[in-house]
Design a protein around this ligand. Structure first.
Ligand SMILES: Cc1cc2nc3c(=O)[nH]c(=O)nc-3n(C[C@H](O)[C@H](O)[C@H](O)COP(=O)(O)OP(=O)(O)OC[C@H]3O[C@@H](n4cnc5c(N)ncnc54)[C@H](O)[C@@H]3O)c2cc1C
Length: 382
């Protein structure tokens, strides 16, 4: 094992606290939450009390002002335990950073303390039924009418969609423009005309609430514009590397856990009078998976280091997302195979992770879009 150097002793103590919390407050209940289609809302408030939500927020707004390593440790522990229903990563690493980085002082004072405490759950609504990869093509409009924007349209596949109290909505403030017509709005889920659709039924991540959202003449006060009008697309491009790093961290940690579950299983399970681990096929599969995983862990840790220094570029984050999520799915498929029929049973964590992992290649930009980003960078000179 190559020793990890991205975390110090304080990080590791924090990991211990997160792990113990999850063992007590989440692992025993996750199976029920999968049936409910969402985690217990109270988990968010408990996490807030523990300092697990947005630990990076500065003390001025009641935060712990910790480095991004703390966010990633939370991701790693959730991934390691296969707790795919917990949407803290979307909140702390993806949605709230828009408020931190582009919000006005008033917006920060109003929202950040409640994002830390768990009183406010956030979501980010980019995708629409007709526009996912091609975000410039969003049809949701926010037309300025005096002191408010009139928001109309619909979104789909929105993580934390049922629990969300505050949604960052990607909308066209100038529908005649492409990317330069896109703005971000902070929309209160209690606003008149805002409706949450049904909790979508998915093939994995069953405890994660994922929803359609509908906006029918929602009046959004002009002071809820996030950043400048027409700059939304640029903000999205700036924030997506962190989102993709977060997905990569999850992928590697979940893969490590899945490999360990499989190692334990093949040592125990017997066929033809010997443990499955005694077959050369098993040994070679484990060796291949472990080798690739070692390389990806080192790569992702290096990306995390670069991110600490604010030097993680868009193409490198895309490479991490592409490689780690493709690998996670490949590894889980091999691990299910080594579990035989038991690997197909929902009660086995390997089965759940196999189903959960599939979306990793789809959200945060599909892996085909990652290839577009990387190839554009390679061919920039042409
Ligand atoms: C569980 C889940 C949670 C999600 N959470 C959120 C969320 O919180 N907020 C949010 O806004 N969205 C969320 N999404 C949406 C997700 O980001 C989109 O599904 C994703 O970006 C792909 O968009 P799409 O589904 O419209 O697919 P499409 O864009 O229609 O793509 C279909 C296929 O075409 C390929 N394709 C598209 N364009 C190109 C191209 N130029 N070149 C090559 N291939 C291409 C894609 O790679 C894909 O294989 C979530 C989705 C899921 C399933």
């Amino acid at each position: 094992m190559i020793p990890r150097t991205v975390y110090n002793e304080d990080h590791e103590q924090f990991r211990d606290t997160v792990r113990k919390f999850l063992e007590k407050e989440a692992i025993p209940f996750h199976g029920q939450w999968e049936k409910d289609g969402q985690v217990d809302r109270a988990l968010w408030n408990k996490a807030g009390e523990m300092g697990f939500l947005c630990p990076q927020i500065s003390e001025a707004y009641g935060g712990l002002e910790l480095d991004y390593g703390y966010n990633s440790i939370i991701d790693e522990e959730i991934a390691r335990a296969g707790l795919s229903g917990i949407g803290w990563g979307l909140h702390s690493n993806i949605a709230v950073p828009y408020i931190i980085n582009y919000g006005t002082e008033e917006q920060k004072k109003k929202y950040l303390p409640k994002c830390i405490s768990g009183e406010i759950v956030t979501a980010i609504a980019m995708t629409e039924p007709g526009a996912g990869s091609d975000l410039q093509g969003v049809k949701t409009t926010a037309i300025k009418k005096g002191d408010h924007y009139l928001l109309n349209g619909s979104k789909t596949f929105i993580t934390n969609g049922q629990h969300a109290d505050l949604v960052i909505v990607v909308a066209k403030t100038d529908p005649s423009e492409g990317a330069s017509g896109v703005s971000l709005l902070l929309v209160d889920a209690q606003s008149a005309g805002f409706q949450k659709g049904s909790n979508l039924e998915k093939i994995g991540m069953k405890a994660q609430d994922t929803s359609e959202l509908f906006f029918d003449d929602v009046e959004v006060p002009v002071e809820n514009l996030l950043g400048a009008e027409g700059q939304g697309f640029i903000y999205l491009m700036q924030e997506l590397p962190q989102e993709r790093l977060s997905v990569s961290i999850f992928a590697v940690s979940n893969s490590e856990a899945a490999l360990q579950w499989t190692i334990d299983y093949v040592r125990e399970r017997k066929a033809f009078g010997k443990p499955i681990a005694a077959f050369q096929n098993t040994q070679f599969k484990l060796a291949e998976m472990d080798s690739e995983l070692t390389a990806l862990r080192v790569f992702v840790d290096r990306c995390l280091e670069l991110h600490y220094e604010k030097k993680l570029d868009i193409a490198t984050a895309a490479k991490a997302k592409l490689l780690t999520t493709d690998f996670q799915c490949k590894l889980l498929d091999e691990c299910v195979q080594l579990h035989g029929g038991f690997g197909y049973m929902w009660e086995y964590p390997i089965a759940r992770s196999w189903a959960d992992a599939r979306v990793q290649r789809i959200y945060a930009g599909t892996n085909e879009i990652m290839k577009l980003i990387i190839s554009r960078e390679i061919l920039r000179e042409i």
